[in-house]
Design a binder for this molecule. Structure first.
Ligand code: MLC
Ligand code: AMP
Length: 503
């Protein structure tokens, strides 16, 4: 093979006239999709990008957005998708840090992002969901590029940025083999075939929607009902034509509370997969009681793709994330000493396998903190393995909030709050949220009474994506600390639950 990722996911399907994407009333064939990707590859080449260069995108979900991914794979250009909710302040860091040569944005954002691209020394072009924008227009004038740039499995295919509990976001470097090995294992483990039609309503800028949903479909040559975002009515309307669904827990709780979601609607479905955040055992049970289907929960990360899965055949155990996937080693270690812990004890989950990333872009010291010399990656999740090998995630050793499947790092919000005039210090905690599972709340110590909470909200809105904004901000005289001086967030969470904080 000259380029394993391109050949396996895309090139193999050339000439196929059957549907790759179902788009409401129309379909896009594999052949037409690949030609679009080759047109984009021609334009990217004309702009001077070469294998190993980074191409950042902050564009709406569309067939064209996927075609950019295909073009990058064809050329060996590193694909760097960004959450469309990020503000220009957030995006500036990713474009600059990655050294992206080309940055594709939504046509409406071009003016706002021009200074960002200029400061980072990246070319800026636009691509809209309906095939509009300067990049698409230029690509339309090109002859589709057939040549595939030779690559090897160890070459980098994508960067996904993931925040840390301290410091700035880190670019997780994923190789062709990282992506391919995981896609093949999952397709096999979950018994995907070319007859599968995946109901795809996840974003394609994260592991779940891009590398799990899309790559599995491409590996088997199946098709996707490709929805621009999550809309519960649209999902229900499309379900009769689908065979499988992948979603974050919020998908399932929203489906369960919808009157049109019935046993009849799901009778023909082959598989429901949940991940990216904990699925409550209660949701699992309610889903089975209503539909007869047992949701298959799996566990993964940006740095590792998927690590564990409940079985396809065999017991899908509620409240667990199943066993290590074939080829993945998983162990539980002592958070302080790093020593292996026996089965049944709670500790840090570590994983090793072909799925584990190559390190953080230009951050060797951060890489060394989390990736051991023997190849085990320290996930930061706390877990336990039961006597049957099922892994349960019982907590996190990292200060992280997951809202509706999006990660929110308290440190990022606290740093911004602490910089505001009149703020002495702050602590951001995750509190239960009925729809998103968790959501952030800020507790702020002010220099003197009278600081306007509305001003704090307004300051955060200027730089943070909406999903990161604290639902509430409370002013308190001081924060509880342990003898080491560390803020005791568990106490803050208890105080919040008791209703101790008043707005
Ligand atoms: C949207 N909003 C959120 C939010 N999503 N707030 C908190 N958490 C979220 N996840 C806010 C918006 O800013 C907006 O605010 C309001 O909610 C409604 O916006 P929307 O666009 O209509 O949201 P909605 O369609 O309802 O989206 C909810 C969602 C979406 C759950 C469908 O967040 C989603 O698709 N999540 C999936 C994330 C994902 O793919 N994670 C995988 C990461 S990979 P306002 O103020 O304007 O009303 C990974 C590895 C692994 O973790 O294991 O998979
Ligand atoms: P991300 O950095 O966005 O890839 O998020 C990865 C994190 O999501 C993991 O480290 C876990 O904390 C969490 N996660 C993913 N899947 C699950 C799951 N099934 N149950 C609980 N947590 C999960």
């Amino acid at each position: 093979m000259t380029n394993p990722l391109y050949d396996t996911l895309f090139g193999r399907h050339s000439g196929r006239k059957d549907a790759f994407l179902h788009l409401g009333t129309s379909t896009l064939s594999y052949a037409d999709f690949l030609t679009r990707g080759q047109g984009f590859a021609a334009e990217i080449t004309a702009l001077g990008l070469q294998a190993g260069d980074r191409l950042a995108v902050q564009i709406d979900k569309s067939p064209d957005a996927l075609a950019v991914y295909a073009a990058c794979a064809q050329l060996g250009v590193i694909f760097l998708p960004l959450n469309t909710a990020y503000t220009p302040v957030e995006v500036a860091y990713f474009v600059e840090n990655s050294g992206a040569r080309l940055f594709l944005c939504r046509p409406a954002d071009e003016a706002a992002l021009a200074p960002v691209a200029q400061a980072a020394g990246a070319m800026l072009r636009s691509l809209g969901a309906k095939g509009e924008g300067s990049f698409a227009q230029a690509a339309d004038t090109r002859t589709p590029l057939k040549a595939v740039t030779p690559r090897q499995g160890d070459d980098l295919a994508a960067f996904l940025y993931t925040s840390g509990t301290t410091g700035r976001s880190k670019g997780a470097m994923l190789s062709q083999d990282n992506l391919l090995s995981n896609a093949r294992v999952l397709a096999d483990f979950w018994q995907f075939t070319d007859q599968d039609v995946l109901l795809h309503a996840l974003p394609i800028f994260h592991t779940h929607g891009l590398f799990v949903g899309t790559n599995i479909t491409l590996v088997v040559g199946g098709s996707m009902i490709f929805q621009p975002g999550f809309n519960v009515d649209a999902l229900i309307d499309a379900m009769p034509a689908a065979t499988t669904l992948m979603g974050v827990p919020t998908f399932y709780t929203r489906l369960l509370s919808h009157p049109r979601f019935t046993r009849d609607l799901t009778r023909h479905m082959r598989l429901f997969v949940s991940g990216s955040a904990p699925l409550l055992a209660e949701t699992h049970r309610q889903f089975e009681a209503l539909t007869g289907h047992r949701i298959l929960e799996r566990y993964g990360m940006t740095e590792t793709n998927m690590n564990t899965s409940n079985p396809y055949k065999g017991e899908r155990r509620a409240g667990t994330v199943g066993m290590a996937l074939p080829g993945v080693e998983l162990k539980v270690t002592d958070p302080t000493t790093g020593a292996d812990l026996p089965q049944g004890e709670i500790g840090l989950i570590e994983v090793r396998g072909p799925n584990v990333f190559k390190g953080y872009w230009q951050m060797p010291e951060k890489t060394a903190e989390e990736l051991r010399p023997d190849g085990f990656f320290i996930t930061g999740d706390l877990g336990v393995i039961d006597g049957d090998g099922y892994v349960s995630i019982v907590g996190r050793n990292k200060d992280l909030i997951i809202a509706g499947g999006y990660n929110i790092y308290p440190k990022e919000i606290e740093t911004l709050l602490d910089d505001q005039p009149g703020v002495v210090e702050s602590a951001v905690i995750g509190v239960p949220h009925p729809d998103f599972g968790e959501s952030p709340v800020a507790i702020v110590v002010a220099e003197k009474p009278g600081i306007a909470v509305a001003d704090l909200h307004a300051a955060l809105e200027k730089s943070l994506a909406k999903f990161k904004l604290p639902r509430e901000i409370f002013l308190v005289p001081d924060l509880p600390r342990n003898t080491m001086g560390k803020v005791q967030k568990n106490l803050l969470r208890d105080m919040y639950a008791r209703g101790d904080f008043k707005g």
